[in-house]
Design a protein around this ligand. Structure first.
Ligand SMILES: [Cu+2]
Length: 467
């Protein structure tokens, strides 16, 4: 007689064997095996469950995947491989990075509170490594700090970590050996632990914030950089290559955001007041939830935000404006407002193809790149890009779109295209004349508030009197 448990294990093992690493890597949009709660718990993830029942909505790692596991003797066994990989940040930019099991971030480890887990770590890097389970409550010897709690895992060696998950929440893993290099090269991943009692969440997204010093024209991140980074990423991707977050109107959506970069990031979502509901410390008691529209995710922290989805296309991004951009030259003279016409002619004589820009802002520059009038260094992304239904979006880096639609099927994560806004609900042009209307404006150079709103800009008055 085959018991249900044995059958499930057997099925799982067969599936595991069939799924090569390469396949798993490209399964970002299908439900990974480990995320099928039916394997160890008897609730399909796509059916609403009574509040007391176990089971969970599988986490969706943007552009990423969840690591399958083997179940044996009541232990969920995962296997991480630390290795060099070729990673595409967005089409046009590929670099030699370090990650786990073929990707950066590494695959998400997903389990349930109470689970016993064994995590094998094989080192295929040219130097020693270790894995620290960031935020997990475990025996000191399993904490993964090279030199302090264990010897470094030498190239070619495999270590086993084994512990029981005594908490739930959003967590991460990363090396605790030559951290500066290994994290700068992309070594990190998410470790999500679901509580035993099912949470009322319909869509559960997860991402890690990171920054990279991939200097223009190069193909290997520079670990020595401390502040002036070139790429700002959600799960090691830059806009417009970052997955869209999709939901049906009225669904409860959670986004788990972790930060293993070198900056704090104020993460901002348009269209709703979300609640900050937890993070590394699990899902907080309701009384601790905070209503926000921007939440700073500090270095080494995880923050969960939740909201009820409202129809539309909503920007979701870091609010540091340089973090929603691609590579740019820092430390160059400020060209804003500078008439460069004479200079441009002189430079063009010496440097054919030179194009003065920046006098009117950087949109112009992005336009030149988009039109193919300019070519940047090879393997280097444009500073800003992205096309929307109304023109250039002019973003890059840590930016993507939350797309909420009334007619999505449960569990459908496909990009639904652009939002068809109801008639009369879109900002529209009413004039093409810069002198349109009678706006109240301050006089030039005035630093105090006008005594009464009736004080008009004298220049505006001149213009009106035929000036
Ligand atoms: Cu930021």
């Amino acid at each position: 007689m085959i018991s249900r448990r044995n059958l499930l294990s057997a099925l799982g093992l067969t599936t595991l064997a069939a799924a090569t690493r390469a396949q798993a890597q490209h399964q970002g949009h299908t439900m990974p095996m480990a995320a099928i709660p039916g394997m160890s718990h008897d609730l399909p993830a796509d059916k609403p469950a009574p509040s007391q029942a176990s089971g969970y909505t599988p986490v969706r790692t943007l552009n990423g995947w969840t690591l399958p596991y083997k179940l044996g003797n009541g232990v969920k066994e995962f296997h991480l491989v630390a290795e060099e990989i070729e990673h595409e940040f967005a089409p046009g930019c590929i670099a030699k990075c370090w990650g786990y099991n073929g990707s950066t971030p590494g695959p998400t480890i997903e389990a349930m509170e109470g689970d016993r887990v064994r995590i094998l770590v094989t080192n295929r890097l040219p130097e020693a490594t270790s894995v620290h389970w960031h935020g997990l409550l475990l025996p000191s010897g399993m904490d993964g700090v090279t030199g302090l709690t264990q010897p470094g895992i030498q190239p070619g060696e495999t270590y086993a970590y084994e512990f029981t998950l005594r908490q739930h929440g959003s967590h991460m893993y990363h090396p605790h050996a030559d951290e500066m290099t290994q994290m700068a090269m992309g070594m990190m991943g998410l470790f999500v632990i679901h509580p035993r009692e099912r949470e009322a969440v319909d869509r559960d997204y997860a991402l890690i914030l990171h920054n990279w010093a991939l200097h223009p024209g190069t193909a290997r991140p520079d670990p020595s950089v401390m502040q002036d980074f070139d790429l700002w990423t959600f799960n090691s991707k830059t806009y417009p290559a970052i997955d869209t977050l999709v939901a049906r109107t009225g669904e409860r959506v959670r986004i788990r955001v972790g930060n293993l970069s070198m900056w704090n990031h104020p993460i901002h979502l348009h269209g709703v007041q979300f609640q900050v509901t937890g993070g590394d410390g699990g899902r907080w008691p309701r009384a601790q939830w905070r209503r926000e529209v921007t939440e700073i995710v500090g270095v080494g922290q995880m923050r969960d935000i939740e909201f009820t989805a409202v129809a539309g296309d909503w920007a979701f991004h870091c609010h540091m404006s340089h973090h929603t951009m691609g590579p740019m030259g820092h430390g160059i003279p400020n060209p804003l407002g500078v008439d460069q016409s004479g200079v441009a002619e002189e430079i063009t004589a010496l440097l054919p193809g030179y194009m003065a820009m920046g006098e009117r802002g950087m949109s112009e520059h992005a336009g030149h790149v988009a039109m193919g009038m300019m070519e940047g260094p090879k393997n280097t992304l444009p500073m800003i890009s992205g096309e929307g239904p109304h023109g250039a979006i002019e973003m890059g880096g840590m930016f993507t779109v939350v797309k909420v639609r009334d007619d999505l099927a449960k569990g459908d994560y496909r990009d639904p295209g652009w939002y068809a806004a109801p008639k009369g609900t879109v900002a529209a042009k009413v004039s093409s004349d810069a002198d349109f209307g009678q706006p109240v404006r301050r006089a030039a150079g005035r630093s105090s508030t006008p005594a009464t709103p009736a004080v008009l800009d004298p220049h505006a008055a001149h213009r009106k009197h035929g000036g």
